[in-house]
Write a protein that binds this ligand. Sequence first.
Ligand code: FA5
Length: 343
Amino acid sequence: MKEKLETILNKTINEIKNSESIEELESIRINVLGRKGELTLILRSLGQMPAEERSALGKRSNEIKTEIESAIEEKKDKLSSSKIDHILKSDWIDVTLNRADFAKSFKPGHIHPIYTMQYEIEDIFSSMGFQILDGPEVETEYYNFEALNIPGHHPARDMQDTFWTEDYNLLRTHTSAIQVRGMEKNKPPFRVIGPGRVFRNEAVDAGHSNTFYQIEGMMVDRDISVAHLIFFMKSLLKEIFKREVKIRLRPGYFPFVEPGFELDINCLICEGRGCSVCKQSGWVELLPCGLVHPNVLRYGNIDPEEWNGFAFGLGLDRLVMMKYTINDIRHFHDGDIRFLDQF
Ligand code: FA5
């Protein structure tokens, strides 16, 4: 038994010396000192030994155990520090690198002009007591059409060429879908706006995109009239352009408002002379609006006998185009840094 102990010691010390990883070291430890390890089994069998041998063998076994344990610890330390050395050699950064030159190679980004405008409008409406709402870009037919008084058979569905998904949902064609969600969430009186990206399967030209931005607005209260609507729209445009802008209001048809209007602004790109953005008309269609149709209020669980309201849907891209005299809507989504750098 004595020789066996010495053999275990020598063999294990040798294995420890030659081991190359902490994992290898651990398996050596388990083989000798684990629950079923060679030395553990000997220690366990000591009870059956004759008393005269037991004490000497027990003493030596414990010495060997301590020796192996410290050899393992020592080797573990060595292996860990060489691993750290290796990481330090292979994975280093030069902290003396000239930071100014390094920083110059990156251009700081900034907010896209459409979002700058969106945040500005959110601030203006917040200051007038409006809450800001959000809604999903993939909508159900119910929120985008049905609850806005546009049932399946209604020809008004053709006014907005729609991208449908295979499961009969759609990419929202306007932010008006947020209106119904707003009515479901709020009890009148309330004022909300809902900014967002919308999608239409339209031919793209200087003034039309298939992906663009709108801001929906809705105010529900008692005795709301077209005068309230015009007041809020004029206040908004004055804040944005920091001056009076010429507007015109003409009748417009949207099934979810009655009466409905188109609010156009005098084209600021050509000063009303006519260009490709305003389709040579001198006017840009910017802000359709009207008084909320009673059926829409009913869809939102609001009693039209007691409450009424106005709603509008502002085209954000066109507003930004007017503000900065940008002559083509496609610039917004091209990702051309030379264009974006100007804002
Ligand atoms: C609507 O989307 C209605 N939901 C707006 C509304 C809301 C009316 C509430 C009444 C009450 P319209 O399809 O006209 O309406 O679009 C609204 C605005 O979005 C337009 O005035 C225009 O500024 C912008 N717009 C529409 N189509 C495009 C397009 N293809 N590219 C860029 N802007 C567009």
